[in-house]
Design a protein around this ligand. Structure first.
Ligand SMILES: [Zn+2]
Length: 172
């Protein structure tokens, strides 16, 4: 067995501001999977902040290396507080399963920002995070313009489907 040199420690901050540990992992991908699963399974639990840090074993480093530091924000599309923005890598993803709006720096063009909304297969490339938020908000506004007061997940899903159908009609 390879010697383990680093450990990966995910944690979240709950609605009362208390830090909740999610275990200690020998691989970053395992720690990240755990964190992501926790956020999507509990999207309505009001978690505010999440972190993933790396510690070096058998060293006297007093500080961990931050790999992710995420804050829950209001999603520009579904309006739930499920839009997790990572300030380390500067990207964002909505953890409401029916929404999953996202923002990421482009892999191909360094200065560009990509954003998207999987339910309708929408993606766009813009110049900044702010432009990406604006772009997504425009879609969110279209949906909310036709929404009822009820904002549960089934309503959102239905609205997304209806919106998708209306787009199909527009394009034929
Ligand atoms: Zn959303």
């Amino acid at each position: 067995m390879d010697d383990i040199k680093f450990v990966f420690v995910p944690s979240i901050v709950n609605i009362e501001g208390v830090i909740v540990g999610l275990g200690i992992y020998s691989e970053e991908s395992l720690a990240l999977d755990k964190l992501k699963r926790k956020l999507s399974d509990n999207w309505s639990s009001g978690y505010k902040e999440a972190q993933l840090v790396m510690w070096t074993l058998n060293s006297d480093d007093s500080e961990a290396v931050p790999l992710k530091h995420m804050y829950a924000q209001v999603c520009p599309i579904c309006d739930e507080r499920t839009f997790w923005t990572d300030v380390v890598e500067m990207n964002a993803l909505c953890y409401l399963p029916a929404c999953q709006a996202w923002i990421e720096h482009s892999d191909i063009e360094e200065e560009k920002v990509d954003c998207g909304w999987p339910p309708i297969g929408f993606t766009a490339q813009v110049d900044s995070i702010d432009d990406a938020l604006t772009s997504l908000r425009n879609y969110g506004a279209k949906i909310r313009a036709s929404t009822l007061d009820d904002s549960d997940i089934f309503t959102h899903r239905t609205l997304l489907e209806e919106y998708e159908k209306s787009l199909e009609k527009d394009s034929t």
